[in-house]
Write a protein that binds this ligand. Structure first.
Ligand SMILES: [Zn+2]
Length: 470
């Protein structure tokens, strides 16, 4: 009798389950479609007539439109006719609020630009209001262009985190630490204390924001200070992002001061024993690259900034061929002068071919990986974002193929790398939330953000017209 009941129950469950999957598609929050679903998974899968089911901010399933609609139903379907659906772009290194310094100091080498222009202007103008307005402008620009995650390094990280939370983006926000006086701080001691307080106490309500440390660079932060920060980062399980081996002046300074390279120096301070996001890394030696590989450091390539400040050409193809995960970034808008990841993608695909006189260097798929899947691994978020696969967070964008310059289409990856622009991005979804639809950013008031930026720039212009502050 009991056995019969067990068999009967099992039969009922089996019948119910199959009836459920055959006749009643599962209700989900959203189905997003694309004529080309570029997953950026390890196999490089591209699904023609693709779709993705999203629930609770997570990707439930990817497949063909037909399969997804057979298994799932939603009141919220974002159609994908003549659109590419792909992972959101990851900007691995920026200084968001520097959008307000866009175009203020061009055509100087890195150290002249920093020492004579940027550091003095930051000391004079950067305060919480400046950072709020500049970060809102940055987020508006990034969402518009299909960036869904960024790694930031700037002053007043709690203000940056607040703006980022409100506008729906995902970010690693590094609290700055530097040895000399900077906005809000007299020097190392108080910037270090504030950074520890931020990383220890910051809680992201949405879970989209990770707090980390952002010591500026080996030429502005002593090895002892890096060691102290690294120990604290290890204790708190927090990531570090810092500028490393950016230009020849740094290489020379570090050699003179410490008799070694920036990478060897930081490694010896334990700075690579935690998640380390290394901005630039333009001048690694062979030994340096071995350290990066062994320690799992994620170099972030910033091609436009490196050319603009004459920092040089990073050997990204060598690092990638050694198995190092390299990400892509814009750097701040004061050395770029925008936050357009499509431009970085194109630059990364082109400049190394020219520099190496070898057209096979940095092929389209590899470059796209640096902005998505490989870029996610470089910032130690490969398990959550960077590709469109079941179980990952729903960070994705749709690119319209309507523009004449995207017609005809033989190879979708070729178009994404060599033709597509920010203006072609029509939908941006982060953590399952639609933050831009039909090219309209929904989480920020674009006109108000731009007006506030113009008003702030008018204040800065008026102050500069009156001459130096001291
Ligand atoms: Zn930078």
């Amino acid at each position: 009798m009991k056995l019969f009941q067990v068999i009967l129950s099992a039969l009922i469950i089996m019948t119910t389950t199959s009836a459920c999957s055959a006749d009643t598609p599962q209700s989900v929050d959203m189905i997003v479609e694309g004529d080309y679903l570029v997953t950026m998974d390890a196999e490089g899968t591209i699904i023609q007539d693709g779709a993705i089911a999203v629930k609770n901010g997570e990707i439930l399933a990817t497949g063909t439109r037909q399969d997804i609609h057979a298994q799932y139903t939603s009141e919220n379907v974002i159609p994908g006719t003549n659109r590419v659906l792909m992972p959101g772009l990851i900007n691995g290194h920026t200084h968001t609020a520097m959008t307000l310094f866009r175009g203020m100091a061009d055509d100087y080498d890195l150290m002249t630009w920093l020492t004579n222009y940027i550091f003095p202007m930051e000391g004079r103008f950067v305060d919480p209001e400046f950072v709020k307005i500049g970060t809102e402008l940055a987020c508006l620009e990034m969402i518009r262009g299909g960036t869904t995650t960024f790694v930031d390094m700037y002053f007043y990280p709690e203000v940056i985190a607040d703006v980022t939370e409100r506008c729906g983006m995902r970010a690693i926000i590094g609290a700055p630490a530097i040895d000399f006086p900077s906005p809000g701080f007299n020097g190392w001691d108080d910037s270090y204390a504030a950074a520890i307080e931020f990383v220890t106490n910051y809680q992201s309500a949405s879970g989209r924001i990770t707090a980390g440390f952002a010591p500026h660079a080996p030429y502005t932060v002593t090895p002892e200070h890096y060691a102290a920060l690294a120990a604290k980062a290890k204790e708190l399980g927090a990531p570090i992002t810092t500028h490393i081996a950016e230009d020849q002046a740094e290489v020379k300074t570090i050699k003179e001061r410490y008799g070694t390279t920036s990478i060897d120096l930081l490694n010896k301070q334990g700075a690579f024993d935690v998640t380390m996001i290394g901005a630039h890394i333009v001048w690694p030696t062979d030994e340096d690259m071995d350290i990066l590989k062994e320690k799992g450091v994620g170099p972030i390539h910033n091609p436009t900034s490196n050319m603009k400040t004459a920092a040089g050409f990073s050997p990204v193809q060598e690092m990638i061929s050694k198995g190092i995960d390299v990400g892509l970034g814009t750097d701040g808008a004061a050395s770029n002068n925008d936050l357009d990841m499509w431009e970085e993608i194109r630059m990364a695909a082109l400049i190394h071919k020219g520099f190496n006189a070898d057209a096979t260097v940095m092929p389209a798929e590899t470059v796209l990986q640096t902005a998505t899947s490989m870029g996610a691994r470089a910032i130690d978020m490969g398990g959550q974002i960077g590709s469109l696969e079941a179980g990952k967070r729903a960070d994705m964008i749709q690119i319209s193929l309507d523009a004449p310059r995207l017609t005809p289409l033989y190879n979708v990856l070729s178009h994404l790398v060599y033709v597509a622009d920010s203006e072609d991005v029509v939908t941006t979804i982060i953590d399952g939330q639609v933050v831009m639809l039909d090219s309209e950013v929904l989480t920020l008031d674009a006109e108000a953000v731009k007006a506030a930026a113009v008003a702030k720039s008018d204040e800065i212009k008026a102050a500069l017209a009156q001459g130096p502050s001291d």
